[in-house]
Design a protein around this ligand. Structure first.
Ligand SMILES: [Zn+2]
Length: 335
């Protein structure tokens, strides 16, 4: 009888001890292992920066440009070029942000599709207000340039390039942008790839006549020094970017990679302040880059994931492919 009681006590204790042990291990991993791996990666990026000594052109907004920013999902515009958007507005440029999809496929927080769409729409508006407020504060008055938000609301996962090309064709005719920020085919996300392809289609029509430069921005797949040729120091607008990012409340759990990415860029380009990188090219080059059929289903690249263990792989996987794409763009340079 006594032995039976002891046995029950021991088996009741074991799960508690095991789960407490797991908790300690998890906290240790977060407090020690992840930061150690990240510091190690940052050290390697610093060494690579010293060896490569890259000097990409520094982005300086003109104050007289019309700037269109294409974001596949609500948050991509802020993640990819939020600090640079603020710089454009402060300089006096007119900026129009176009968010293509409704972001309804996200299941963050267990929200259903309708609620998610509604919340992300609201979050995008809040993020734009945060960008505008911050630029107003920087100027001590209202922003010098304008910032306009267009949410196309295409149902995520259920739209095609042709549909987007038609929407963008109208927008290009109406807004007449001189600079366009876009995703590109160096990505892993099908919707990011499809936006790039749809934009290339619109750009190849007469609607793209006014576009002088296309700047491809990076999200979770790094451009790497192989492709990045334009650097935007965003130290002075980093706060503005962070406030806009904080507006995307439903997505906050998916931003764990962002601080590490920022740290690696600072190490690689030996910069004290935050940076955003772009691959700038002419419209003809962007069209040529996306001319091949079937790019939306090709996954050649690796993303920076939530944990730091495979961060370096995001820069290494697909080097040959990046080289081939750069050659393709170089071949299509204007004479
Ligand atoms: Zn996205």
């Amino acid at each position: 009888m006594m032995a039976g009681v002891k046995h029950r006590q021991a088996s009741g204790l074991r799960p508690t001890v095991v789960s407490a042990g797991r908790g300690v291990l998890r906290r240790m991993t977060h407090a020690v292992v992840f930061p150690a791996v990240e510091a190690c990666n940052a050290g390697l990026f610093r060494m690579a920066g010293l060896l490569l000594r890259m000097r990409p052109v520094r982005l300086v907004p003109s104050g007289s440009d019309r700037v269109l920013v294409l974001a596949p999902h609500p948050d991509d515009e802020t993640l990819g070029c939020g600090g640079t958007i603020c710089r454009h507005v402060i300089s006096g440029d007119q900026v129009c942000i176009v968010i293509v999809t409704d972001g309804g496929k996200s299941r963050a927080g267990g929200l259903n599709r309708e609620t998610m769409i509604e919340m992300r729409r609201e979050e995008a508006r809040d993020a734009m207000s945060a960008l505008l407020d911050s630029t107003s504060n920087a100027l001590g008055t209202h922003g010098a340039g304008g910032l306009r938000l267009v949410q196309l609301g295409l149902p995520e996962g259920e739209w095609n390039e042709q549909e987007l090309a038609q929407h963008l064709g109208k927008l290009l005719e109406e807004f007449r942008p001189t600079i366009v920020y876009s995703t590109l085919r160096v990505d892993f996300h099908p919707e990011h790839l499809r936006v790039a392809a749809g934009f290339a289609k619109a750009l190849s029509s007469s609607a793209g006549t006014y576009v002088e430069r296309v700047r491809a921005y990076e999200l979770q797949v790094p451009l790497t020094p192989m492709l990045a040729n334009l650097i935007s120091p965003v130290e002075t607008t980093q706060q503005c970017k962070q406030e806009a990012l904080a507006a995307y409340r439903t997505q906050s759990g998916s931003f764990l990679w962002v601080p590490r990415h920022n740290r690696y860029l600072r190490a690689l380009y030996r910069s004290e302040g935050a940076l955003e990188l772009f691959w700038e090219m002419g419209p003809r080059q962007f069209v040529a880059l996306h001319a091949n059929e079937g790019i939306a289903v090709v996954h050649n690249f690796r993303s920076i994931r939530l944990r730091p263990f495979t961060d370096l792989a995001a820069w290494m996987v697909g080097i040959g492919k990046r080289r081939a794409l750069r050659r393709l763009v170089d071949r299509n340079a204007s004479p």
